[in-house]
Design a protein around this ligand. Structure first.
Ligand code: FE2
Ligand code: FE2
Length: 276
């Protein structure tokens, strides 16, 4: 990789590391303000999100087969689907251990949290999910992946956002694996999140090095604008996690984190840089 391409990779990795540090502030606020309702809200939504991820990766596999993929090329798709199923099961088991197997799930419509389809070769929200937009606006904002900006850019930009969307959340799983093990619930959370973090930190970000190697100035991408957009997207994850935890942080507190991210004042965790 040339020095210039390496510098781009470093910048994007730094942004992901700072995003993880930003998300840690939401996790800390949740831990300090826990209620049974908050515990179940994030857990049920996360369980549903993993179910959605199973469908996303299944769609990806079908698209790859339609595009001619075969044989050993498909091993990686299989591996990823298997991991997402395991994530779903880990949360599902914790739900059952916490409220009992036959108790109704306390958050309605959770399976409409993440339902996607492939439209013109691109990932798009399904109707079943779109109907819930006003219920989980921050989550929908995160999944939109800065679409208004990305659409106007060279396709390379969409690939970068694709690589940082799912794997970017690996930082959250990591922060959740570090919660103080104060009771049985958090002890189990810490344990299961650790395994998931290791998987998710590789769902996308590992493609970044390759993508940055491909980058050329001919694409006409304004890199500073790209970095700002990636920072805004990390902030959107902070808002999404705050929504998932039923708002432990106020708007004023969120704005402080927003400025930290935009002004590059966080030192960042050594997560993505280590995985890179
Ligand atoms: Fe997952
Ligand atoms: Fe994943």
């Amino acid at each position: 990789m040339t020095n210039a391409n390496q510098a781009i990779h470093q910048q994007i990795t730094d942004i992901l590391d700072q995003g993880a540090e930003a998300v840690k502030q939401v996790v800390d606020a949740y831990v300090a303000n826990r209620t049974a309702e908050r515990d179940m809200n994030w857990l049920c939504l996360q369980m549903a999100k993993e179910f959605g991820a199973v469908m996303i990766h299944t769609d990806n596999a079908r698209e790859a087969i339609r595009g001619g993929a075969d044989g050993r090329e498909m091993d990686e798709y299989f591996e990823t689907v298997k991991e997402e199923v395991a994530h779903y099961q880990a949360y599902y088991n914790l739900v059952n251990r916490t409220i009992g197997k036959d108790t109704e799930i306390p958050v309605p419509d959770i399976y409409r949290y993440l339902v996607t389809k492939v439209e013109d070769g691109k990932l798009a929200p399904d109707e079943a999910m779109l109907e819930m937009k006003s219920r989980w606006p921050e989550h929908h904002g995160y999944m939109a992946c800065r679409g208004d900006y990305v659409k106007t850019q060279h396709p390379w930009v969409a690939k970068v956002f694709g690589a940082t969307m799912e794997g970017g959340a690996g930082g959250w799983h990591w922060c959740m694996s570090q919660v103080p093990q104060d009771d049985e619930f958090l002890t189990q959370v810490a344990k299961l999140q650790k395994g998931i973090a290791i998987d998710e930190l590789e769902h996308g970000p590992e493609e970044l090095a390759e993508l940055c190697r491909e980058y050329s100035d001919d694409s006409g991408v304004d890199l500073n604008e790209l970095y700002t957009q990636l920072r805004e997207h990390r902030y959107q994850e902070v808002r999404q996690r705050n929504e998932q935890f039923l708002y432990p942080l106020t708007e004023d507190q969120l704005e402080v984190i927003h400025q930290q991210l935009l002004n590059n004042t966080l030192s960042g965790f050594n997560l993505y840089s280590k995985a890179a």
